[in-house]
Design a protein around this ligand. Structure first.
Ligand code: FAD
Length: 324
């Protein structure tokens, strides 16, 4: 029996993030092939009750690291906690979501463990007995496969919304292991934590995204995208040009220097389709582009294109979807 395929169970506001389930699915497949166990690691305050769901999605074991001082994510506190646990148990692999938190934590933990790190992976499989990681390069124009024949653990961050969520097996329980967190491990957030409250899904986890570009012409005009998004249960995104012009906050930016998204449906409104934007949304399952320029680059990647004025098309779509 090997030392386990680990998944860092990211959570927010009392809920496990979807990417955690996606990683558990692939961890389960690898573990079955390698005759290893799947362990999830959850860190925070009063997070023990979230552990049961992780068993249903494939974890055999859940390490729970609970402490009041770990209520909020801190790079130092979480790195020390996860790295110490990994040094003690020497897992075969550790997967984290390619989220803001996962990217930060993975880099720090990899450094502490003297392991490599393959980021933003879209596929994980076993090839010739090696855990093989696939990640896009050159803004999604090509893919590279990486293996780590010797260094352990194999560490990777996994792009959210790409791997399937496994079917939960009701009643499947994981062994819950409470891990003592030594006070010396803890760094506390002493500043205020400001949360953005939104009823819309988070951009990186949304199944549908309505995104606006420079063609929106003002921050106020984003209202029509929000109306369409609310009818569809979608998140709202933006191009960098829209963000730079002050139409939308940076947290909504999709692309090379923004967020990477992989929704089922991406509706690009007034976005030309620059390579840096495509880098962030090119792996969307279905792309719909609304642009008044029939030559716009976005139409080259779109599954459905609407050549027209977005200020006419978007409200029309909202009205029609409302009827459904
Ligand atoms: P534009 O290219 O100006 O396109 C606006 C589009 O709106 C046009 O196609 C136009 O025909 C259409 N339009 C105008 N009015 C209407 C209307 N009424 N109805 C319908 N269509 C209309 N960009 C990103 O998006 N994300 C990134 O993360 C990012 N990172 C970058 C990193 C680097 C290092 C660099 C150099 C650039 C980066 N960019 C990024 C910028 C990128 O190169 C483009 O400048 C940007 O994506 C363009 O945004 P846009 O498509 O909204 O604007």
């Amino acid at each position: 029996m090997g030392k386990g395929i680990w998944v860092y169970a990211e959570h927010k506001d009392g809920k496990i993030k979807k990417v955690t389930y996606e990683m558990l699915g692939v961890a389960r497949q690898l573990a079955d092939q390698l005759a290893e166990e799947v362990a999830a690691v959850i860190i925070g305050k009063e997070v023990g009750e979230l552990a049961s769901a992780l068993g249903e999605y494939g974890a055999d074991k859940v390490y729970v690291l609970e402490n009041d001082a770990l209520a909020e994510y801190t790079t130092d506190g979480y790195t020390r906690a996860l790295a110490r646990l990994a040094l003690e148990h020497q897992p075969t692999a550790i997967f984290l979501g390619c989220t803001v938190q996962g990217r930060d934590l993975a880099a720090q933990v990899a450094q502490r463990l003297q392991a490599g790190l393959c980021t933003d992976c879209t596929k994980v499989e076993l090839q010739d007995g090696q855990i093989t990681l696939t990640r896009p390069i050159y803004a999604g124009k090509a893919f590279v496969q990486a293996i780590s024949p010797e260094a352990r653990p194999v560490m990777a961050t996994i792009r959210p919304n790409v791997l399937p969520v496994p079917q939960p097996q009701g009643g499947r329980a994981a062994e819950v292991v409470q891990v003592d967190v030594e006070p010396g491990d803890i760094r506390q957030v002493i500043k205020e934590v400001v949360r953005q409250v939104s009823t819309r899904p988070e951009l990186t986890e949304a199944d549908i995204i309505v995104s606006g570009g420079r063609g929106m012409k003002s921050a106020e005009n984003f209202r029509i995208l929000e109306e369409l998004a609310d009818v569809l249960g979608a998140a709202v995104g933006a191009s960098r040009a829209a963000v730079d012009a002050g139409y939308a906050p940076h947290s909504m930016q999709v692309g090379q220097t923004g967020k990477t998204v992989s929704p089922q449906l991406y509706i690009a409104c007034g976005i030309s389709g620059a390579i840096q934007h495509l880098a962030g949304m090119g792996s969307s399952k279905v792309i719909v582009a609304i642009n008044k320029d029939p030559e716009a680059n976005i139409f080259k990647v779109a599954d459905y294109g609407i050549v027209g004025d977005l200020f006419e098309v978007v409200p029309l779509l909202t009205r029609e979807f409302r009827k459904l």
